[in-house]
Design a protein around this ligand. Structure first.
Ligand SMILES: Cc1ncc(COP(=O)(O)O)c(C=O)c1O
Length: 398
């Protein structure tokens, strides 16, 4: 057999659950981009929200110092170090005015993404329904499906400021609904919500006995008023919040996040998680403690750079005749393409082929994203300027 031949398995079929999901969109797209690059195309990837800026120097120094200690290379506690949970608790108190007991209301995670799966495994049974935003982060639906639960998509759109219409959701029927995902600041729309909406959401969850999960990784990016769902009185009884250092501290590859909720729910999540991994590398945890102690200057310095990049992305979307709100938070700009294009998938492909610039087409996030493109701010200003120049030179025909 030659090395390049693919061995075909005989008779062993995968579990039926994997038929309900596809390979993650970006996993395929990055492959296409890497093939293009290997063929000599200088692709400017404005698709993905992976911060290109480094973490603070003192965070990297803490990682290095901790890695030099021999005992730090063994298995770690399933609940994270006491210092890390305390640091998360202080971070929530300082930034969101939320009290979390570090001993039992915080589960450190390897990024917030794994928390979506752990929460789904911990709370969903076969056939349970889960309310999921359209457009929204695709992992909510994939995790629900992998547990045998059924995603029920609720509409978000420009007219309602990308905020769910809870009356409409109620009217559509809540039979069998066990959980609801929200994500503010919202990805991909960049919408922010106010405290009043969070209060109504918690009341809705309590009234209908629906677990409310807020995924909050963009709280500190281009957002004047970082907010936690857990700042609503009594929210911990019915809600879980995920957060992460991926975007706020340029630590996406480090995989540092947390789930925050009441002690009982936290314990349910821990039952799943402690059977899946064996703790997090101690130097990462030690360095995360330093990251969490950074003051407001850190967030200001990062946001200043994103603001400059965003100005150029706004120019790009003007060149593409797209419309967009300038009040978006988070690491992206979400823009509506002109009506005379078939959809954003076709436009994104055309732009990639003609100019080597990649924007994420909005259908990836749900049907309501079909006419939108999402540009990431995670590329150096010079590259975004280069993308602008290339796009100015294309003659767009729908
Ligand atoms: C809405 C949303 N939630 C969660 C994540 C995952 O982030 P983390 O790196 O914390 O796993 C992302 C990453 O892009 C995201 O956009």
């Amino acid at each position: 057999m030659r090395k390049t031949d693919i061995e075909r398995p005989t008779g062993i079929l995968p579990a039926t659950r994997i038929e309900s999901v596809n390979e993650y969109y970006f996993s395929q797209k990055l492959q296409q981009i890497s093939v293009m690059r290997s063929e000599g195309v200088d692709v400017i990837n404005l698709g993905i929200g992976s911060p290109d800026l480094p973490p603070a120097p003192e965070v990297i120094a803490a990682l290095q110092a901790s890695a030099l200690i021999p005992e730090h290379h063994g298995y770690q506690s399933y609940r994270g170090t006491d210092a890390l949970r305390k640091a998360y608790s202080d971070w929530y108190k300082h930034n969101f005015e939320v009290d979390l007991n570090p001993s039992n209301e915080i589960i450190p995670l390897m990024g917030s993404k794994e928390g979506i799966m752990h929460i789904s495994m911990a709370f969903l049974n076969q056939g349970d329904k889960v309310l999921i935003p359209d457009p929204g982060y695709p992992t909510y639906a994939a995790a629900a499906r992998l547990t045998g639960a059924e995603p029920v998509f609720y509409d978000l759109n420009e007219d309602t400021g990308w905020i769910p219409d809870l009356f409409q959701i109620e009217k559509n029927g809540l039979n069998g609904v066990k959980m609801m995902w929200v994500n503010y600041p919202q990805m991909p729309s960049g919408a922010v919500c106010n405290k009043d909406f969070f209060e109504r959401l918690i009341a809705f969850g309590k009234l209908h006995n629906i677990l409310i999960c807020n995924d909050n990784p963009y709280a500190f990016i281009l957002n004047d008023h970082p907010m936690s769902l857990l700042s609503v009185n009594g929210s911990k009884e019915i809600a879980i919040e995920l957060n992460s250092l991926s975007k706020s501290h340029n630590m996406a590859g480090w995989r540092m996040g947390l789930a925050a909720t009441n002690a009982v729910f936290a314990n349910h999540i821990l039952k799943v998680k402690s059977n899946m991994d064996s703790g997090m590398f101690k130097p990462l945890q030690d360095a995360a403690v330093i990251a969490l102690s950074l003051g407001s200057d850190w967030y200001k310095s990062v946001n200043k750079i994103y603001e400059q990049r965003r100005n150029i992305v706004w120019e790009i979307f003007d060149v593409l005749n797209c419309s967009f709100s300038k009040n978006q938070a988070g690491l992206f700009v979400w823009a509506k393409i002109p009506d005379d294009y078939i959809d954003a998938e076709a436009l994104s492909e055309m732009i990639l082929m003609e100019s080597g610039v990649f924007f994420t087409p909005g259908h990836v996030f749900g049907d309501n994203g079909k006419m939108y493109l999402r540009s990431s701010l995670c590329a150096p200003e010079s590259r975004i300027k280069e993308a602008l120049q290339r796009l100015k030179n294309i003659n767009f025909k729908s």
